[in-house]
Design a protein around this ligand. Structure first.
Ligand SMILES: Nc1ncnc2c1ncn2[C@@H]1O[C@H](COP(=O)(O)OP(=O)(O)O)[C@@H](O)[C@H]1O
Ligand SMILES: O=C(O)[C@@H](O)C(=O)COP(=O)(O)O
Length: 429
């Protein structure tokens, strides 16, 4: 059974739907649940944390608590889910969290890759590409909290960790799971603890999944989690077929994940705090379509409650016939830099995350039952403000972006760079 620990909330929904899509009955929790929580039958657990940009000691403490919980619930393979663009600060938190998890699980080596070809993230000879360009030449170099300015992952990770990293190059990956396993063993013998596995196609991730599916700790983005899920399902089906054939000679059909609940209905609203290139396009598409839109201006009032109160007062004047509204703080890089220069990077981020959390609470207290959040940190702040425990994985609005059905609200937590330009518009119809 897989226990996944995700360093942000959109990442958690991304990895949860990847496991679910490959037939694993997957449960998603926002934060580490209470020790005595009763769980339905499942094959995978996913815990959403908000540890990507917090101080590294806190990130480690929270990740270890999540580890204890998933292990106490029977997870024998731990998956640390980080971003497909390796989002981290110079201090971490990918390295420090990996160091702590590897020590706690007591493994000499962790294999990983952020590669997610379906989102244009590929790793070649240890270099990460986003679309057609190296990571550091992509819009990720302008990220508000985790600007990525180096595309060579071993160097990025070595700077964050006490341990060494190395690469399993693509030609080895292409020779298949046995060759990958041999190279991992050779790296381990050289004292490498973190092995970054090249992958540029889903087949590479499937081969890696087969090579790694018995390792107790694996890390990466949703792509490798899907590779592992495929390997687990294949092993399960193989065992079930052998078992059934031993009994009556007939193979059994493949097992399936939980049946997805139907699409949610009700009034929708969009809250965007992501400043990623794709979110900016999606926000522009909503405004162009004439949707009511309200921008939170951190420079106008440096108080989250005041910002939220004014946004909600605006919401109360809107006609439902004009379509689902958008409240956003998203800004293009030059304007973002100006706000950060004036208010500070962390302070402005905290202020706007908190303001959007208050707005979400206000909307839920009114009549909104479908909430779309753009941005990982933003989604974390919103879900926490709403106090939601977790939810069922619903239909996928875009690859890696599933609706999550919670007891009170339906949520779409959209990673900053995911989805087509019209995603927010279409899903908030
Ligand atoms: N106008 C702004 N000024 C400063 N920071 C901002 C602004 N708008 C958003 N932010 C911050 O930028 C961060 C965006 O991160 P996140 O929500 O994770 O988006 P993404 O998924 O694109 O990475 C959040 O902390 C958010 O509060
Ligand atoms: O792996 C990914 O790209 C996503 O699952 C993810 O973690 C995105 O994070 P944000 O862009 O901060 O939403």
């Amino acid at each position: 059974m897989i226990g996944a620990i995700a360093d942000d909330f959109t990442g958690a929904t991304d990895v949860a739907v990847a496991l679910h899509r490959h037939g694993l009955r997957t449960l998603l929790y926002f934060g580490t649940p209470p020790a005595d929580l009763a769980l339905p039958a499942h094959d995978a657990l996913v815990i959403a944390l908000k540890t990507r940009t917090i101080p590294k000691d806190e990130a480690v403490t929270q990740s270890l608590a999540a580890l204890d919980w998933v292990r106490s619930r029977g997870s024998c393979q731990i998956y640390f889910k980080y971003c497909s663009t390796f989002d981290s600060t110079p201090e971490g938190n990918i390295g420090p969290v990996l160091d702590a998890l590897a020590d706690a699980v007591d493994v000499p080596m962790v294999a990983m890759t952020p590669s997610s070809p379906e989102h244009g993230r590929t790793q070649y000879l240890g270099y990460l590409f986003a679309g057609d360009v190296p990571l550091a030449e992509s819009p990720m170099r302008e990220h508000p909290l985790t600007p990525m300015t180096d595309s060579y992952l071993p160097r990025v990770l070595d700077a964050q960790s006490a341990h060494r990293s190395g690469v399993v190059p693509l030609p080895v990956v292409r020779r298949g799971p046995a060759a990958i396993a041999d190279r991992l063993e050779a790296l381990r013998a050289q004292g490498v603890r973190y092995a970054l596995v090249d992958a540029v196609m889903d087949d590479d991730l499937a081969a890696a999944g087969q090579a790694l599916h018995r390792m107790r700790l694996v890390a990466g983005a949703a792509g490798l989690a899907a590779g592992l899920a495929r390997a687990h399902e294949a092993a399960k089906i193989h065992a079930a077929v052998e078992d059934e054939q031993a009994r009556n000679g007939d193979p059994v059909p493949a097992t399936a994940g939980h049946t997805p609940p139907p699409l949610p209905t009700g009034r929708a609203a969009v809250l965007a705090g992501s400043c990623s290139a794709r979110t900016l396009e999606q926000v522009a598409a909503m405004i162009k379509a004439g949707r009511p839109a309200y921008r939170l201006d951190a420079l106008a009032a440096q108080d989250a409650e005041v910002l939220a109160r004014e946004a909600l007062a605006w919401y109360d004047t809107q006609w439902p016939e004009h379509g689902a509204p958008l409240v956003y703080s998203s800004l293009p890089p030059d304007e973002l830099r100006d706000v950060q220069r004036r208010l500070g990077r962390e302070r402005s981020a905290e202020l706007l995350e908190s303001a959007l959390g208050h707005v979400a609470k206000g909307l839920a207290e009114r009549d909104v039952t479908r909430l779309i959040a753009a941005g990982g940190e933003t989604s974390g702040a919103i879900v926490r403000a709403l106090g939601l425990p977790g939810g069922l994985i619903g239909p996928e609005a875009a690859r890696g972006v599933p609706w999550i059905l919670t007891p009170s609200l339906s949520l779409l937590l959209k990673s900053g760079n995911f989805g087509e330009p019209d995603l927010l518009l279409v899903e908030s119809q």
